[in-house]
Every structure is written in structure tokens, then in C-alpha cells.
Design a protein around this ligand. Structure first.
Ligand SMILES: Nc1ncnc2c1ncn2[C@@H]1O[C@H](COP(=O)(O)OP(=O)(O)OP(=O)(O)O)[C@@H](O)[C@H]1O
Ligand SMILES: [Mg+2]
Length: 509
């Protein structure tokens, strides 16, 4: 007998329907799986066999042919275990074939028939929205898939409970997600900016960077608090909108990063790839393309600590995602686009020993060593970073200060206000922050009065700034003005923005 079961696969961060056909015919007992399966799927024949037997069903001792259609999509992962098992049970008459027609099945099977969680439940649920199809997923994926309205999602424990449910579909009700949870403000960050003592200039720069979504680089001696500051950036960034949350959750879902029983991601991601990371792990790739760190950090922060330690080709591979806001991974079978709009935060020491700019400790590096170390960070990458700051060693007076600094919550309010101004300004320009302004938009929105123009002219001509930082100073000035709620950019704003170009002042290079 023949049975047809619906399932789905993810391609990039989108889902495609997959139909699983199972044909059982007389012949020597044998199982053949066709339709571009990967090793995990080919191995599923053994898992499915044990799961069926251990769930008190009969495994048909005949010739079983399983086809995963359409055949031109490469399929991977163990999520087809459940639909294959259901297909075998339906084709052998142990489950009513009509009962399975309206359902889409997903799930990995353990040998005892238990359902294990799978990757990509959210994008698959989203693709079924308003299709009239119902979704059966392992219990651990229920909160994630259940967010999607317009599709009934049923969480189930094991193969026997799936069969019982198909015989009596009223025995379990679909998952309902608490919608308020999606919009309420997040308060429970583990870290807080008030933990960082002193470093007022650096904190101010973080606030400006978060408000305008500017990329930022911190340079300073070891132990000055660079990593500490960077880790607290997500706590002052505005909360994600529901659309941003869904997009980020989709990427985390296909990467298998959502914890068991985890739901939609509401806090902005903060990713810290190690400096030994390869370019594929950073930008994405693989035979079946998977998102890299730049996409997992989508709508959040990508923190590159010890920047000069990264391989040069890895740093260069960041240029496309930084420029375009997405990564395209091309393979023979597929071309996949992963979104990658992140705020880049970098930290580095000024020299190999780290103490070149330290007032108290002596640097023992030779000029040659320093030059070699700094030259690893290429011009084109620095070109995409709007704010450069020096983070000096923290003073004992600041460290021993018992009074706590400004809380992240208060800074976040100011950041959100500045972001709202930008969203209003750019509503027809299809961008959302000052950092994304093109040359044309900078001309349109960053008009300067005479004193500001004179100041900028002096900076460019006398401080040795290169022409390329002209636009960057204007963009940062625009954000500083927005933080103050000012319509026009004033000379104070420009002079503060000029401070944030320390690398252009040829400090060490
Ligand atoms: N401003 C500060 N306020 C409070 N604690 C601080 C501050 N700066 C540093 N510390 C303490 O020093 C530790 C080290 O700081 P952190 O790791 O951020 O330094 P770093 O600048 O990243 O150093 P490295 O260049 O070696 O990576 C922190 O965990 C914290 O305990
Ligand atoms: Mg550090």
C-alpha cells in the first residue's frame, strides 16, 4: 500500500513543504530511502524501525520504499523520522490514512519511540500560517512553533501518543502563546552598566553607538574594562520589535540555538566569536548553507574581542555583511540569503603587550612589532567603524567608589527616544538608524550651521583627518543631536563626534 505524509524542511531561514511517500510491496524485507537524503536521514531507517517496534506497533517485514519529494532539494537532519514512521504505519494499515491528511509532522525519534526536538520549528510553523494545515511537533519545540498565530500546533511526547492523538484529535488542545509576553518590556538583564566604574567617556560612546546603531572600536590596555563594557551594550539597546524578534528567532531556530521549551527571543543577541574562528563560521556556509555568527547576531551585537588576533581573511569576510546587511551563500544546489544586520563592537590593545598608551606601565614593544600588530586591522574594515575610543586604565579612585553609576534602564530610555526620532525621520527611506544613511541622506539630514562647518574644516585640514571620515563625523553628530532631541546639528555635537575618531588622528599608525 502507498501512503503520503506531509512534512517540511528549512532552506536558509525559510521553509519548503516536503512530501514523504511510503510504498510497501511484497518482497524481501528491505528499506530504500530516495530523494536526496543526507546520512542522518539514511540512518533514520534504523531509528524508525526500533521506535515502531518499541511503541507496540508491527514493523512490516516487506519491501519499503520511501521517497522524499521534491527530489531536487537536498534534505538533511533527523526531523523526518516521525513522518517516515507515520508513513510506514499508515501504509501498513496501522493508522487510518485519512486521519493524517491535514497534518504536517516533524520530529526526531529515539529508539524507544520518544520524540526529540528538531531545528527550524519556527520557520516551518510560519510557512504554514493560514494554510489550513495543522502541525505536530515534539513537546520541546511547542513554545517556539506555538508563537505563530493562524496555525494549530500540537506538542506530543512519543510515537504512541501521536497515534492516539490521530485516532482522537480532541484529546489535546493546540498550544496557545501568551501574546502579552511578546510586547512587554524586558527588565531582567543579568548585567548592568552601573557595574562599570568610571570610564565615563567610553560609556557615553556606547550610548551614542547604541542610539545610532554605529559600529564602535575600543582601544586600551588590558584590564581596562573593554570586554565588560561591550557585554553590557545589549542592555541599553532598545527592545526588539516583534518583527525583529521573529527574524532573529528564525535564525536561531535553524541554527539549533533555541533551548528546549524555549520560545521567541526577546533580548538582542550578543555574539563573541573566538579569534580562531574560520570565515565560514563567521559569515555562514557549509554544503547545506547554515547561518554564521554575523547572522546569529542579527539585530544584536557582534563583539570581536582582541581584533588583531583574528585571521585577516576572516576580518575581510565581514565587509559584505557590514555593507549590505545580509550574506549570500552560493552552493551548487542552492543560493541562500541570511540577514545580518548587527552592530559591530571591536576591542583591541594598542600594541602586542598592551601598555603603549598606559600612563603607569612601560611598553616594551618595538615600533616594528607595534606596526605589524596594528596593520592586521585593515583600512577597509576600519572604514566601516564610525566610533573609535580609547579606554584608559581605570583609576583607583573610580574603582573604589561605592556609589553605583547610571543604570542601564535609564540609558536605554534615552537611547530609545533617540531611536524613535530616527525611525520617524527615515520612515520613507527604508533604513532605521543614522549609521545606515547613504551619502545622499547625509546631505539631506545633516545640514551644518557656519560654526559647525568651520569646526569640521579645521579638523579635516589641521588634525590630519582623511576625507573618508567626513561623513562618519556627520552621522555621529546627527545621533548626538538626536539624543539631545535637537532638530539641527550644532557645533557641540560636531566637536564631540570629532573626539570619536582617535584612529584617524594617526595616534599609533
Ligand atoms: N571600569 C571598571 N569598573 C569595574 N570593574 C572593572 C573596570 N574595569 C575593569 N574591571 C575589572 O577588571 C576585569 C577585567 O576587565 P575586562 O576583561 O573588561 O578588561 P579588558 O579591557 O577587556 O582587558 P583585555 O584587554 O585583557 O581583554 C573585569 O572583569 C572587572 O572585574
Ligand atoms: Mg577583554
Amino acid at each position: 500500500m502507498l501512503s503520503r505524509i506531509l512534512s517540511a524542511a528549512t532552506i536558509g531561514i525559510d521553509a519548503k513543504p516536503i512530501e514523504i511517500e511510503v510504498d510497501i510491496t511484497r518482497g524481501l524485507p528491505n528499506v530504500v530511502i530516495v530523494g536526496l537524503p543526507d546520512t542522518a536521514i539514511r540512518e533514520s531507517r534504523d531509528r524508525v524501525k526500533s521506535a515502531i517496534k518499541n511503541s507496540q506497533f508491527e514493523y512490516p517485514p516487506e519491501k519499503i520504499t520511501i521517497n522524499l519529494a521534491p527530489c531536487d532539494i537536498k534534505k538533511e537532519g533527523p526531523s523526518f523520522d516521525l513522518p517516515i514512521a507515520i508513513g510506514i504505519l499508515a501504509a501498513s494499515g496501522q493508522i487510518n490514512h485519512d486521519a493524517v491528511k491535514n497534518f504536517v509532522f516533524l520530529g526526531e525519534l529515539a529508539l524507544n519511540g520518544k520524540l526529540r526536538p528538531i531545528k527550524g520549528a519556527l520557520p516551518i510553523a510560519m510557512s504554514l500560517k493560514n494554510s489550513g494545515k495543522k502541525l505536530i511537533v515534539p513537546e520541546e519545540n511547542a513554545c517556539e512553533a506555538g508563537i505563530v498565530e493562524g496555525v494549530d500546533t500540537y506538542p506530543l511526547k512519543n510515537l504512541s501518543s501521536v497515534s492516539n492523538f490521530l485516532n482522537n484529535t480532541n484529546c489535546i488542545s493546540p498550544v496557545r502563546q501568551d501574546k502579552e509576553m511578546l510586547t512587554e518590556e524586558i527588565q531582567d538583564y543579568e548585567l548592568d552598566f552601573s557595574d562599570v566604574k568610571g570610564q565615563f567617556l567610553a560609556k557615553r560612546a556606547m550610548e551614542i553607538a547604541s542610539a545610532g546603531n554605529h559600529n564602535i572600536i575600543m582601544i586600551g590596555p588590558p584590564g581596562s574594562g573593554k570586554t565588560m563594557l561591550a557585554k553590557r551594550i545589549p542592555t541599553i539597546m532598545p527592545d526588539m520589535t516583534i518583527e525583529e524578534s521573529l527574524e532573529t528567532t528564525k535564525i536561531h531556530s535553524v541554527s539549533g540555538l533555541i533551548p528546549a521549551k524555549g520560545s521567541i527571543i526577546r533580548t538582542r543577541p550578543f555574539r563573541t566569536p573566538h579569534h580562531t574562528a574560520s570565515d565560514v563560521s563567521l559569515v555562514g556556509g557549509g554544503t547545506v548553507p547554515k547561518p554564521g555568527e554575523v547572522s546569529i547576531a542579527h539585530n544584536g551585537v557582534l563583539f570581536m574581542d582582541e581584533l588583531p588576533e583574528f585571521h585577516r581573511n576572516v576580518l575581510e569576510s565581514l565587509r559584505q555583511p557590514l555593507e549590505e546587511g545580509y550574506v549570500v551563500v552560493s552552493r551548487i544546489n542552492s543560493i541562500v540569503k541570511f540577514p545580518s544586520k548587527f552592530m559591530l563592537v571591536c576591542a583591541m590593545n594598542p600594541c602586542p603587550c598592551g601598555f603603549l598608551t598606559d600612563a603607569k606601565k612601560v611598553c616594551h614593544c618595538t615600533p616594528n612589532q607595534i606596526q605589524k600588530y596594528l596593520s592586521k586591522v585593515s583600512g577597509p574594515l576600519l572604514d566601516r567603524i564610525d566610533i573609535h575610543i580609547e579606554v584608559p586604565s581605570v583609576k583607583y579612585k573610580d574603582l573604589s567608589d561605592e556609589t553605583s553609576g547610571e543604570k542601564s534602564e535609564i540609558i536605554r530610555k534615552r537611547v530609545r527616544r533617540a531611536r524613535d526620532i530616527q525611525l520617524k525621520r527615515f520612515k520613507d527611506d527604508r533604513i532605521f538608524s543614522n549609521s545606515q544613511m547613504s551619502y545622499r541622506l547625509v546631505k539631506k539630514y545633516c545640514r551644518l550651521d557656519d560654526p559647525s562647518r568651520d569646526l569640521l574644516k579645521t579638523a579635516i585640514t589641521e588634525l590630519g583627518f582623511s576625507g573618508r571620515c567626513y561623513d562618519k563625523i556627520l552621522r555621529v553628530s546627527r545621533t548626538i543631536a538626536d539624543l539631545e532631541g535637537k532638530e539641527n546639528i550644532e557645533s557641540d555635537h560636531v566637536s564631540e563626534a570629532i573626539q570619536y575618531r582617535s584612529l584617524d588622528r594617526n595616534m599609533w599608525m
